[in-house]
Design a protein. Structure first.
Lengths: 186, 139
């Protein structure tokens, strides 16, 4: 049993389980799945300033979601720390070869240690990946009105044209970084 | 507080699956944006199909939630185009750079990747700056 919980799960098992979060939240409290709203709730709670966008009752609107995201941290701890899979991810050889050509050599864990380290914050690559990247996640998610969970999963499942546009945008952005920016900064 | 326990458990389930599916991995996101494997497409595709089917069942059967309230799903404002495309592209920049969208950012923090607090903090700053600039941005 422990072994089953330590191993990675194939896409045809994990994909449907992720999809089930949508009806789960609808059934337990008529809530719509969307993670990035929590960044707005956190701003409204901690540093609303005089910005109108953050003047609302975050407890009423978002406390459930902040608790949900707290649960996500716990799930990350259980699955990624306590029941961690010690093996490197079974990536496509093509990706490994291409990343090696960019100078990535460490394929252990969930991310390349060299790029994602405190020391690397002194390097342009670290600043772009960690600080600029994080900024775009927050800014872009609110501008687009949702992230992967709200648009790519809930929104597409509910046949929202807005979500299709957003997902097309996600891919345009991701492809630009992957194919034009990473060769310059790595 | 008891009301909120169910959301904690739902989140725990979501975080657990995010790790075991490896979608929290920067490497998997790179593999997706290089079109080298079906893994991420299979996960997102099946997640959408299962969510779509479930919504269909909930609406056909007129199901209520645990508190007995009617389940309503609000629509997004599809008359706006700029914000979804442009906002989407900017979000895509962030997704490919950090290798994580918001759910995975928090899951990675739980999994012990301490450095991830840096993109989480700057994602909050990004959200805040959006709030500030919102009246001036095209939507």
């Amino acid at each position: 049993m422990t072994e089953l919980l330590q191993q990675p799960w194939p896409w045809y098992v994990s994909g449907p389980l992720i999809g089930l979060v949508v009806p789960l939240l609808l059934l337990i409290g008529s809530k719509q799945f969307g993670v990035s709203s929590n960044l707005r709730h956190a701003c409204a709670a901690c540093m609303p300033g005089r910005v109108e966008f953050f003047q609302y009752d975050w407890k009423e609107n978002g406390l459930w979601n902040l608790v949900f995201i707290g649960g996500t941290v716990l799930g990350g701890f259980l699955a990624g720390w306590y029941l961690n899979n010690p093996e490197p991810i079974d990536l496509s050889q093509q990706t490994v070869t291409e990343l090696q050509a960019l100078g990535i050599t460490d394929f252990k864990g969930m991310m390349p240690d060299g790029l994602f380290s405190w020391q690397n914050l002194a390097d342009p690559s670290g600043i772009i990946v960690l600080i600029v990247g994080g900024f775009f996640v927050g800014f872009g998610a609110r501008y687009a009105g949702g992230c992967t969970s709200g648009h790519a999963i809930s929104g597409l499942a509910n046949l929202q044209l807005a979500s299709l546009l957003a997902v097309i945008g996600f891919f345009i952005g991701g492809l630009i970084i992957t194919h034009f920016v990473y060769p310059l900064i790595l | 507080m008891k009301d909120y326990l169910k959301y904690l458990i739902a989140g725990l389930f979501f975080g657990f699956v995010l790790v075991k599916s490896e979608v929290i991995s920067w490497f998997r996101i790179q593999e997706m944006f290089r079109f080298d494997a079906f893994h991420m497409y299979g996960i997102i595709g099946l997640a959408v199909i299962v969510a779509m089917g479930s919504i269909e069942v909930i609406q056909k059967l007129n199901l209520t939630d645990f508190n007995g309230n009617k389940i309503t799903i609000s629509s997004k404002d599809s008359s706006q185009v700029t914000r979804y495309l442009l906002g989407g592209v900017l979000f895509g920049f962030g997704w490919a750079l950090t290798g994580a969208c918001p759910g995975p950012l928090f899951t990675l923090a739980g999994a012990g990747y301490g450095i991830i607090v840096v993109p989480i903090a700057s994602a909050m700053v990004g959200t805040w700056v959006y709030g500030l600039l919102r009246p001036k941005l095209p939507h």
